[in-house]
Design a protein around this ligand. Sequence first.
Ligand code: AMP
Ligand code: GLY
Length: 420
Amino acid sequence: MRVLVIGSGAREHALVLAASHDPAVTALGCAPGNAGTAALAETLGGDMSEPATVAQLAREWKADLVVIGPEAPLVAGTADAVRRAGIACFGPSAEAARIEGSKSFAKDVMAAAKVPTARSEVVDNPAHLDAALRRFGPTWVVKDDGLAAGKGVVVTTDFDTAHKHALTLLDGGHPVVLESFLDGPEVSLFCLVDGRTVVPLLPAQDFKRVGDGDAGPNTGGMGAYAPLPWAPPNLVDDIVATVVQPVVDELAARGIPFSGLLYAGLALTSDGPQVIEFNCRFGDPETQAVLALLRTPIAGLLHATATGTLAGQPPLDWADGAAVTVVLAANNYPGVPRTGDVITGSEAEGVLHAGTRRREDGAVVSHGGRVLSVVGTGPDLRAAREQAYERVAKVHLPGAHHRTDIALRAVRGEIALPTG
Ligand code: AMP
Ligand code: GLY
């Protein structure tokens, strides 16, 4: 199988790495890729933002399977274009990708499927903002009703901060979504979905705020771990039954079957799991932890998802133990990151690349906000965490920062489910 991965983050490096271990894979390509994927896969193409460009590349490269990593090309219809070219594609149609691309569409689907989620209101007129905000909060949750790479959300107990963020979004022409605040620990559950059949992966937790103790602004994600030692044993089955399968069935009934990875971001509240958001693709950085534990050959699995044959797959095979990933971010991230810093130690085991590129003189330099994802595994979460941070200590990126508390509260047994 010739497998082409689209994207350039550590998530795509993790997908490429997993595919490189699959004996069914005869050729591996990545477009546009980064300095890490280049060591494992042929680096192809340049600008992948046009669906037609990706479809043409897939045809020319004779791909048997195209795996689309990020949401933007999915929302733009890249999976549709690849499938029209007669090539199997892992990733939903543009229509189905609206489950991530439009928060109001997601809310509508959830209401129809009776899936528990935060109460919400869309505001598109600044004159209605004040009154709307007073129907929520404190705590206020203010979101951009579109793709915002995890950065469009402000959660605050301060009315003025909420008001200011909403006005900024409205001034930029973006409708605003206000939501009731969901209390309780967050879970990311990734499910392979082939239109009908749902196969959940291990549950994970990510860390969205930039600083230790969840301080500072939201980011694309600063670290993650899987599985969740504190989760009740029936958690995954529960979420599939009450959240994922109903949404998959609702989309199918609307004639827009979801094929690819459906990511449910949930809060485990005292009223049970409630949806914070859906994403239409693998999450970053959770994928870097989850795939480190997957033993089932991935290409066959993604191909079965893309071709509607998940029901015939054997159960997934997972390594025992846990995985932790720590993101190394560039100076000033999540603001405009400094780039061009020389990185050393980035070829070591467990180091996945995101914003990196290889300079003409051979040096690997930073080329984005989240630069590396460093992964550790071990027989339990404590050991996995230790290995991840040992590996972080051996990588050098001038001015970089990372969180030092990824998975720490879980290791210490400090995560508790709210009781109803
Ligand atoms: P989103 O972009 O919707 O994933 O939101 C980013 C982050 O904001 C989430 O991972 C949560 O930590 C937080 N968040 C979003 N919506 C809510 C909510 N309704 N209640 C509590 N926290 C939320
Ligand atoms: N881990 C958050 C995301 O991928 O959106």
